[in-house]
Design a protein around this ligand. Structure first.
Ligand code: COA
Length: 175
């Protein structure tokens, strides 16, 4: 863990090409795993990661070992309208009237897991977007994603049991 360096990108910035490629490779590997079973191409993964930075207030953090990305977390401010769209009103009602920041992606390469890196990435992002704990942080995850659920619980998130209308096996967690 000592040799891991965190690199942060803000709204409208572009990660260097070699870092983006490395992150996109990791992204493809991670989402192939259970329970996700998703097939991504490097191109689509790169697009997904860079699009996170298209909204004011967004952040993307890469964990680097030498020139390789071994973990990432990304998120952006969101609105109650967008959450309404995903959860058919129930979650936005719970969160109103706070500012809301949505975690879009988090992943750690499987050889680096269990050493506190996920907590460092997500904890660092929360510290940055909600230093006084006045911004609600939301994310959704699969009900079978045990490692992710433990990470979220360890950072004070709670499972609302409110499901995502687009992915019914995902529930929203808030903090
Ligand atoms: C979820 C994920 C990011 C966790 O990363 P990580 O670096 O292994 O997590 P950490 O080592 O920082 O662990 C954070 C906490 O969760 C717990 N935890 C994480 N994975 C665990 C596991 N498999 N079993 C038991 N506890 C686990 C740790 O014990 C720790 O709790 P503590 O602080 O109370 O001791 C990683 O497993 C991953 O990338 N999984 C695949 C992608 C994914 O599921 N992303 C989330 C999508 S919503």
């Amino acid at each position: 863990m000592n040799s891991v360096k965190l690199v942060t990108f803000e709204f409208n910035s572009n990660p260097p090409k070699n870092q983006l490629l490395s992150a996109a490779k990791l992204y493809c590997e991670i989402w192939q795993e259970e329970p996700w079973n998703e097939e991504w191409t490097i191109e689509r993964a790169s697009d997904k990661l860079t699009k996170i930075l298209s909204r004011e207030g967004s952040l993307l953090i890469f964990a680097m070992i030498n020139d390789e990305v071994c973990g990432f977390v990304g998120g952006k401010p969101t609105t109650t309208e967008e959450l309404d769209e995903r959860t058919k009103k129930s979650l936005a009602d719970t969160l109103n009237p706070n500012e809301i920041f949505s975690i879009a992606e988090i992943g750690v390469g499987n050889t680096q897991r269990g050493q506190g890196l996920g907590k460092k990435l997500l904890g660092g992002m929360i510290e940055r977007v909600s230093p006084d704990n006045d911004v609600r942080v939301v994310l959704h995850t699969d009900i079978k994603a045990e490692s992710a659920k433990r990470l979220y619980a360890s950072l004070g998130f709670r499972d609302t049991a409110i499901t995502d209308s687009k992915v019914p096996t995902h529930t929203y967690w808030i903090r």
